[in-house]
Design a protein around this ligand. Structure first.
Ligand SMILES: [Fe+2]
Ligand SMILES: [Fe+2]
Length: 167
């Protein structure tokens, strides 16, 4: 395996990466790479979260979100390619430096925690919309918007999961 090496200036842990990326309004090439790594890692975090569920319907919604997060990493890499011509491959779990300490559940499987997580997904749509608006490249903007739209789908799935737990 070839673990992706974190470049100078990149957040060194996944917690720092999430915090950083959420604060970026005009992304640099480095920010888009961090986003790509975070999105790729998020598939594993959703899977780890699903593994803590004894409700198959809830677990299924979480896995569905996770699979789309990896597709977001692929789109982020495509945006990078459109902007710079650079090839950047979204890493698998064992090659992702932000998963060096392993995957972990994103949160507790309670209705309140799932609703809170849903809000971070809705915020993700707004974040991507901001990136699309400032990136100055039509292809990258369309890729960011496609990701953003699906972050809203993720939020809605999490609200659905919360409702299932309350059912
Ligand atoms: Fe995503
Ligand atoms: Fe998401």
């Amino acid at each position: 395996m070839t673990t992706v090496t974190l470049e100078p200036g990149m957040p060194q842990t996944i917690g720092e990466a999430f915090a950083h990326i959420g604060s970026v309004t005009t992304p640099t090439v480095l920010d888009i790479k961090v986003m790509c790594l975070v999105e790729a890692a998020s598939r594993e975090l959703y899977r780890a979260t699903a593994a803590t569920s004894d409700n198959p319907a809830v677990a299924g919604l979480l896995v569905e979100n996770g699979d789309e997060e990896f597709r977001h990493a692929v789109r982020a890499a495509a945006a990078l390619k459109a902007l710079t011509g650079e090839d950047f491959t979204p890493p698998s779990a064992d090659e992702n430096p932000y998963l060096a300490d392993g995957a972990f559940p994103i949160g507790e499987l309670t209705p309140a925690a799932l609703r809170k997580l849903a809000q971070t997904e809705f915020d993700g749509d707004a974040l991507y919309e901001g990136w699309a608006a400032t990136i100055g490249n039509a292809e990258a903007a369309a890729l960011f918007r496609a990701n953003g739209k699906e972050e809203t789908d993720h939020g809605n799935r999490l609200l659905q999961a919360a409702a299932l737990l309350e059912g």
